[in-house]
Every structure is written in structure tokens, then in C-alpha cells.
Design a protein around this ligand. Structure first.
Ligand SMILES: C[S@@+](CC[C@H](N)C(=O)[O-])C[C@H]1O[C@@H](n2cnc3c(N)ncnc32)[C@H](O)[C@@H]1O
Length: 288
């Protein structure tokens, strides 16, 4: 390639920062070291650059099935209702009251606050790789049974057999090694303890995740494709989400951010509809 052509390519990318970032992520995300670095940089930056206290969730949301009891609590109008429902219906898969709960990948802490406040565990620890997300969560959510710590899913800073329920919401796609995460979950769970997990993947990677869960030594009790519930939530919340992006994100980053946030017409929204991506919910238990 001639030098002038290389400069043209550099100028093309420099003019389109979001396309460049998407391209780099697509190429490198097969490497575990890059996934760890990408998660750390992305989520540190997000909480640092957008410390808005009203933005408390980072999952795509959930509309419950007909057989799930409607949420009968009054929420402040600015609440991201569908993201909160993702937590509520996942946590409702087992008893939370009086239990010791660990959430891995707690983000900005809105889900932790809801579960710790409404479902009344004895204690709730939110663990996240990004120190700035942990600091933000500790600042905006204060409850006597709730604390947030920095730490990695692949090396959980807790003693063996101390936790009754591990929650994991739309986080493990970002880990360098899901196998390491699952062996850490098994180590910290008490016998009889639960892992409740939701996340999305390509079809191939969802098959891999199912295999990893099978090999984890935990017993799988439930597996459910909730893609349509997530698409419904994305569509129901789209106007509000776009307004929030307009308010919080500088113009040149809005397109990239819209993709990340799963607005209607984004790649993720389209792929969840056509089945190229899948969103699943799993319930597992440690037997001994
Ligand atoms: C899409 S966000 C979801 C946050 C939160 N669960 C929610 O639904 O609002 C993914 C979160 O996982 C965290 N994360 C990514 N890799 C991690 C790791 N190895 N250990 C702990 N947390 C991690 C990120 O920092 C981020 O806060």
C-alpha cells in the first residue's frame, strides 16, 4: 500500500471515531486480554464521563411473561423500569429474603439497590471491575444491607462457601474467561446456593455459554430464551432512551452510544429480532 493511501485510511477513520472503535472491537474481541481491557476502559470511562445519577442501569430491559406476577410497586417516573424488571424477575427465581447475595458486574448499582431494598436480603455485595462505577454506586445508593466493591469476576475477593445467591446481569459476555468466573462462583457459593444469570450472545457463543454452564459443576435448573421479552423492552423504552442519550452524550458519540444502548434499529435490536443474537436467562444451583 502506498503511503498516501495509508494516510487516506487514517483520515477516514479519524473522521468516523465510532466506526473505528467498532472495527477495533470486532477484530480484537476474540482475545481474552482485549476483552478484559475493553471492559475496564469502557466502564471506567462511562461512569467517569457520565456520572448522571438518574442513569442507574446498563442492561437492555425485560418485559415479563404473562405468567409472571406484575410488579406492584410505585417507581419514581425517571426510573428505568424495564432494566429494573430484568433484575426483579431474575432475582425472583429464588428466595432472596434473609440471604447473603453477591452481584458480579453491578455497574451503576440500580439493580442492587432495587433487590437489596425490596427483596430484603440480609446482605448484598455489588462487585464490579470498574472503580468509577463502584464509587458512583456507593455515592447514589445507600442502604444498610448494601455495599459495592471493586474486583474481578475472575478472582472474586470473598471466602469459600459464604454466599447464598450470585446474580449476574448482562456482564459475563465481557469476561476474559467465563470458565474462571464460573469456578469462582462455585467456590464462593454455599452448598444449595444459586447462580441467577442473564446475558446475550451470538448463536455460536450462546451454545458455548450453555456448554460452559454444563461443565461448571453447578446443576442447571432452568434455561429460557428471553430475546422477545428484551426486544419488547427495547421498543417500549426507545423514545425515553433516545432523549436520555441526547441529554447526556456529546453529538459525535451518539451513534456509537445508540448502538451500545440498543436503540430501535441498532445492530443488537435487529439481530435479537432475526435470531442472529440470543438473550437467555439461566438458573443454576450448587449441589454440594
Ligand atoms: C452491561 S453492564 C451491566 C451492569 C449492570 N449489571 C446492569 O444491568 O445495570 C456490564 C458490567 O459488567 C462489569 N464487568 C465487566 N467485566 C467484569 C469483570 N471481569 N468483573 C467484574 N465486573 C465486570 C462492567 O464494568 C459493567 O459495569
Amino acid at each position: 500500500m502506498r503511503r498516501r493511501d495509508s494516510w487516506l485510511i487514517v483520515l477516514y477513520w479519524a473522521d468516523k471515531p465510532s466506526s473505528m472503535i467498532n472495527f477495533i472491537i470486532r477484530v480484537f474481541k476474540r482475545f481474552a486480554w482485549f476483552k478484559r481491557l475493553n471492559a475496564k476502559v469502557t466502564y471506567e470511562l462511562l461512569a467517569k464521563r457520565i456520572p448522571a445519577e438518574e442513569w442507574q442501569f446498563m442492561n437492555y430491559g425485560y418485559v415479563p411473561n404473562e405468567n409472571e406476577k406484575p410488579l406492584d410497586i410505585t417507581l419514581p417516573p425517571e426510573t428505568q423500569r424495564y432494566s429494573l424488571q430484568m433484575y426483579h424477575y431474575l432475582a425472583s427465581k429464588t428466595t432472596i429474603e434473609g440471604k447473603h447475595v453477591l452481584e458480579v458486574g453491578s455497574g451503576r448499582g440500580g439493580g442492587a439497590k432495587h433487590v437489596a431494598g425490596v427483596l430484603k436480603p440480609e446482605s448484598y455485595i455489588g462487585l464490579d471491575l470498574a472503580q468509577s462505577a463502584v464509587d458512583l454506586a456507593n455515592k447514589i445508593h445507600q442502604l444498610p444491607n448494601l455495599q459495592f466493591f471493586q474486583g474481578s469476576a475472575e478472582s472474586i475477593p470473598l471466602e469459600d462457601n459464604t454466599i447464598d445467591v450470585v446474580l449476574n446481569v448482562e456482564s459475563c459476555h465481557a469476561y476474559g474467561s467465563v470458565d474462571k468466573f464460573l469456578s469462582e462462583v462455585k467456590r464462593v457459593l454455599k452448598p444449595g446456593g444459586y447462580l441467577l444469570l442473564v446475558d446475550f450472545r451470538s448463536v455460536e457463543n450462546m451454545n458455548l455459554l450453555k456448554q460452559q454452564l454444563k461443565n461448571s459443576g453447578l446443576k442447571q435448573l432452568e434455561e429460557e430464551n428471553i430475546s422477545k421479552n428484551v426486544v419488547q423492552a427495547m421498543e417500549a423504552e426507545d423514545d425515553v432512551k433516545k432523549e436520555r442519550i441526547k441529554k447526556l452524550v456529546p453529538e459525535k458519540w451518539r451513534k456509537l452510544f445508540g448502538e451500545f444502548a440498543g436503540v430501535v434499529g441498532s445492530k443488537l435490536h435487529t439481530n435479537l429480532i432475526n435470531g442472529d443474537r440470543l438473550y437467555y436467562r439461566f438458573v443454576l444451583r450448587k449441589e454440594n
